[in-house]
Design a binder for this molecule. Structure first.
Ligand code: GLT
Ligand code: MN
Ligand code: MN
Length: 388
């Protein structure tokens, strides 16, 4: 039997909120008991994860006393050292407390915006204390139900001002920290600003310190928007902005399901894994998902092991695809260069433009060529289903 055990090379991580998810949903209460952060670290150690990430309040409850906070940190630190797990990423909970009902950085209330900045600075301190090098911003409440309430331009300006302030804070503290912005089109707000990774990339270019800021694309969020996740990831990577990634799965057109990685659209997951492996992506592979509400903590471990196992299986399938002679011969054929066309590409010149305008093209002959994509896709399916 092939070994699909996780290895540290893939940097498989889980948030405390993922394996700690208690199964509550808008229609029903929790089905699993509360586990402490330290207990969740031991669980992750048992299943073979590399690291653990947290929101400030996953680790320290929002109303904890300083003494309680110290005790929790001590237990958490011991669990990390016992298991060898690291904390590559941290983030702020800017969505659970009622104060954030109209957003955090984009709230209409200046007190809320100021509190959100204060909370984030303190959460950055906490993340850095545990070694985090990536700081995620997911603006789940940064949106509206009614556009009568807020200026959409003003919201982007408020977001920009907050990011610029917090970049300066990180620099001022000499933190070795990069920011990763995570988009989502809706839920929990009716609509959320900067709804896709593409919007985020455009927004980052307008910041004072764009070099410090990249993206944290999530499979489910782009699938909710009905778009091709791998394409967005590739665009972010090509721009040098793929700082982090949230892996899970999702049926389009539904509520945010955060399903086990690869459990819904295996083919999309395959192309994603193949992309990450082909480009030798070096960041964390973070599973931002949770077990079905039906599960106890044995099921939570099945869920966590399943996320990593599916990734490892698809990684092997990607290697098989890359080594398959028929696949490679079709790819070579459809990507063949045409020396006669080479002079027309590359940097513009008036001579090149004139030559290209004068060049005849036999459209009918060019279009008649079959591209073998049907065969290529079936070979992909054969590889994925283990029939090849
Ligand atoms: C929340 C959200 C995720 C974000 C987390 C980070 S919290 O679970 O649904 O997609 O990545 O804030
Ligand atoms: Mn999600
Ligand atoms: Mn996420």
């Amino acid at each position: 039997m092939p070994d699909y055990s996780p290895t540290p090379v893939q940097k498989f991580t889980f948030g405390l909120w993922t394996v700690g998810n208690r199964g509550a949903d808008p229609f029903g209460s929790a089905t699993r008991e509360h586990k402490t952060p330290a207990e969740l670290v031991y669980l992750l150690g048992e299943v073979g994860a590399y690291g653990v990430n947290f929101h400030d309040n996953d680790l320290i409850p929002i109303d904890a006393t300083p003494a309680e906070a110290e005790a929790i940190k001590k237990d958490f630190r011991k669990a990390l050292s016992d298991t060898g797990l690291v904390v590559p990423m941290a983030t702020t909970n800017l969505f659970s407390d009622p104060i954030f009902k109209d957003g955090a950085f984009t709230s209409n209330d200046p007190k809320v915006r100021a509190y959100a900045l204060q909370k984030t600075m303190k959460a950055m301190d906490l993340g850095v204390e545990f070694g985090a090098k990536i700081y995620v911003f997911w603006g789940g409440r940064e949106g509206t139900e009614t556009d009568s309430s807020k200026s959409a331009v003003g919201a982007i300006q408020r977001s920009r001002e907050a990011m610029n302030f917090l970049c300066e804070y990180a620099l001022d503290q000499k933190y070795d920290l990069k920011f990763a912005l995570e988009a989502k089109p809706n839920e929990p707000r009716g609509d959320i600003y900067n709804p896709t990774t593409g919007h985020m990339l455009a927004f980052i270019a307008t910041l004072d310190h764009p070099e410090m800021v990249g993206v944290n694309p999530e499979v489910a969020h782009e699938h909710m928007a009905g778009i091709n996740f791998m394409h967005g990831v590739a665009q972010a990577w090509e721009a040098g902005k793929l700082f982090h990634i949230d892996l899970n799965d999702q049926y389009p057109g539904r509520y945010d399901q955060d399903l086990r990685f690869g459990s819904r659209d295996v083919k999309a997951a395959f192309y994603l894994v193949k992309f990450l492996e082909d480009v030798e992506y070096e960041g964390s592979r973070h599973f931002d998902a949770h077990a079905y509400r039906t599960e106890d903590f044995c099921g939570v471990k099945d869920f966590a092991r399943g996320c990593m196992r599916t990734y490892m299986i698809l990684r092997e399938k990607a290697a098989q695809f890359n080594a398959d002679p028929e696949v490679q011969s079709i790819l070579a054929e459809i990507n063949a260069a045409d020396p006669a066309m080479t002079p027309f590409f590359g940097k513009y010149s008036p001579e090149k433009a004139a030559a290209l305008k004068a060049q005849p093209f036999d459209r009918a002959a060019i279009s008649q060529r079959g591209l073998k994509y049907e065969r290529l896709d079936q070979l992909t399916i054969d590889i994925l289903t283990g029939t090849r």
